[in-house]
Design a protein around this ligand. Structure first.
Ligand SMILES: Nc1ncnc2c1ncn2[C@@H]1O[C@H](COP(=O)(O)OP(=O)(O)O)[C@@H](O)[C@H]1O
Ligand SMILES: [Mg+2]
Length: 285
């Protein structure tokens, strides 16, 4: 798999060559399912769009695709048609009412959930056609299939999502370990988001656990990117099939998402009194 990852990087170009068209590819992944990948991917996209960036979310969870469900849109075509060569990537890119574009996933097609290497490579090439986006956020499946590893290998940043649940933490470490083993010699920016926390301290504690284990056993640096509060709005938003950032950009969860974008964009963040100023600087309101 390490070889495949290398090939993929050749196709995608390395960070320097890709930086000419300045598309930033962010993969959102996790060990365990149901930890909030899709919600974080979509709402990050909305926050980026609010900053004036052109953003595309690609639903690369070929097992349980649901980006379109959370957004309440019914796509005409999805990755299934792309993989079956019935449609081109350009034809399956879809506008939404939220200022972001999506590439819908192919849920329930277990047969195609594991693409051949050739199919995956073609797929990645076509993804490159999206480069008129400033940011491409890839919602990968949970766990480790070849597909997940490929998308991770092709990304500039990899966000690993966990919750404070012990099983989610263990699985987060598990996928970090596999990434470290499968994708060597690749300068990956591994970043951790702790979702569904009840306090700042809880987020930090969980993050430190993962970061310390990864540092100690894998000699791997993982950055703590931030947390998202456990917020009833997120569940309500999913039921309404509208992104929570759109329902209430000033909710606890939305503010957390803004902070995460701020850290990704290296906008200086001062805790305490600086928050309002920081958010003003970031979002201009
Ligand atoms: N910050 C949060 N606060 C409250 N509930 C959340 C939060 N994040 C996720 N959830 C709940 O978890 C469910 C699964 O989230 P989802 O983004 O679909 O996870 P994944 O993509 O990792 O499978 C959501 O439908 C929602 O009910
Ligand atoms: Mg999901």
């Amino acid at each position: 798999m390490a070889d495949q990852a290398k090939k993929l990087r050749e196709i995608m170009g390395n960070k320097e060559s890709r930086s000419r068209n300045t598309t930033r590819i962010i993969a959102v992944s996790s060990g365990k399912g149901g930890v909030g990948k899709t919600n974080i991917a979509i709402n990050l996209a909305l926050a980026y769009a609010e900053l004036g960036k052109k953003v595309t979310v690609m639903d690369a969870d070929l097992g349980l695709a649901n980006v379109n469900v959370v957004l309440g849109v019914i796509p005409k075509y999805n990755l299934y048609h792309l993989i079956r060569k019935q449609k081109k990537m350009k034809e399956i890119i879809m506008d939404t009412n939220y200022g972001i574009k999506i590439v819908a996933g192919a849920s329930g097609f277990s047969k195609i959930a594991n693409l051949s290497e050739e199919e995956r490579n073609r797929f990645i090439q076509e993804l490159n056609e999206l480069s008129n986006s400033d940011v491409i956020i890839v919602d990968t499946g949970a766990g480790v299939s070849n597909n997940v590893i490929s998308f991770i290998a092709a990304a500039d940043d990899v966000i690993i999502v966990t919750t404070p649940e012990p099983t989610a933490i263990t699985d987060a470490y598990g996928i970090i370990k596999i990434i470290a083993t499968e994708i060597d010699n690749i300068d990956l920016g591994l970043k951790l988001v702790v979702n569904r926390v009840n306090s700042v301290v809880e987020g930090k504690k969980v993050a430190n656990r993962v970061i310390n284990i990864a540092g100690h056993f894998l000699n791997l640096k993982v950055d703590y990117l931030g947390f998202v509060y456990n917020d009833k709005l997120v569940q309500n938003a999913v039921i309404k099939q509208r992104p929570f950032f759109n329902i209430d950009p000033n909710s606890k969860a939305s503010i957390c998402i803004k902070h995460i974008v701020g850290r990704l964009e290296n906008i200086e963040f001062k805790e305490g009194g600086g928050i309002t100023r920081f958010l003003k600087k970031l979002f201009g309101n």
